[in-house]
Design a protein. Structure first.
Length: 279
């Protein structure tokens, strides 16, 4: 589908418009389908080891463009827009970014809520972001369980939307059973936000099967035997997070946000008005 593929296309066959370097362990595969600019007969491990020894040129033609893009990215991730409601998701994520260890593993499923950690966190080490490629809801909590089993001495934080958590939230019981102190941050806007966003863009004001009536997720965490916190204001997030860490238990921080805050750059009412103008 277009959403996960983002208009991705394959190389032209047999000759690509781009320069193509094809690395393969089987020499017979080189040039069989694609005609590469450079074919290299090597295993991935051997190729990676060889590339590691190369020293990059200090006069790369696109160095200035790369620096400009990097500076633009840093500015974008440092600019926290104010969104409707008492809880500012971007401010909370930036607070996390400035305090959690650099090797913290961050997991998430699929949904608009994932835009905030994706934009405002900094993934400084390899293997610190565990997220789905094709919009798989419910991925974050079980991924956090697996990450904590694999790296017991590293902090593991799962982000989930309310609808996303309800897809696989029962895996929180696994974290309790195996004493895995993951911290799950549930961004609760009372709906399937991404789908609602597209509804407003295409059929403004026509809401269908995207509203959710949610439980008290903090109470649910305690019912499972974990630690639960409820947060409605930005100032309450930091102490709630610190209490979750200090508890030493699998934790859920239930954050209630304004449904209008659909992305850092858009509101539901704004999308609706724009769509109505087009119609």
């Amino acid at each position: 589908a277009e959403m996960p593929s983002q208009s991705y296309t394959l190389f032209d066959i047999p000759v690509s418009k781009q320069k193509l370097v094809h690395v393969h362990a089987d020499a017979e595969e080189l040039g069989r389908v694609y005609h590469p600019t450079l074919g290299i007969h090597a295993s991935p491990r051997a190729f990676a080891a060889s590339v590691e020894t190369l020293q990059p040129s200090q006069t790369i033609a696109w160095a200035d463009a790369r620096k400009a893009a990097r500076d633009e990215f840093l500015s974008w991730t440092d600019t926290i827009p104010t969104v409707p409601g008492d809880f500012q998701i971007g401010e909370a994520v930036r607070w996390l970014r400035d305090r959690i260890p650099h090797d913290t593993v961050i997991t998430n499923g699929a949904g608009n809520y994932a835009i905030w950690p994706g934009r405002f966190l900094r993934f400084r080490n390899y293997g610190t972001q565990v997220a789905p490629n094709s919009g798989s809801m419910g991925f974050g909590v079980p991924a956090a369980v697996g990450a904590k089993r694999t790296f017991p001495n590293r902090m593991v934080i799962a982000f989930a939307g309310d609808g996303c958590f309800l897809m696989n939230g029962q895996e929180f019981a696994t974290a309790v059973q195996y004493d895995l102190p993951i911290i799950t941050i549930i961004i609760d806007n009372g709906m399937y936000g991404t789908i609602r966003m597209h509804q407003e863009r295409r059929y403004p004001g026509r809401v269908s099967a995207t509203s959710l009536r949610n439980p008290d997720f903090a109470a649910l965490a305690r019912a499972y035997g974990g630690h639960g916190e409820s947060v409605v204001a930005t100032a309450d997030f930091a102490p709630a997070f610190e209490r979750a860490v200090a508890s030493g238990k699998p934790s859920i921080i239930h954050v209630k946000v304004d449904p209008e805050a659909i992305t850092p750059a858009a509101t539901l009412s704004g999308l609706r008005k724009a769509a109505q103008v087009k119609k």
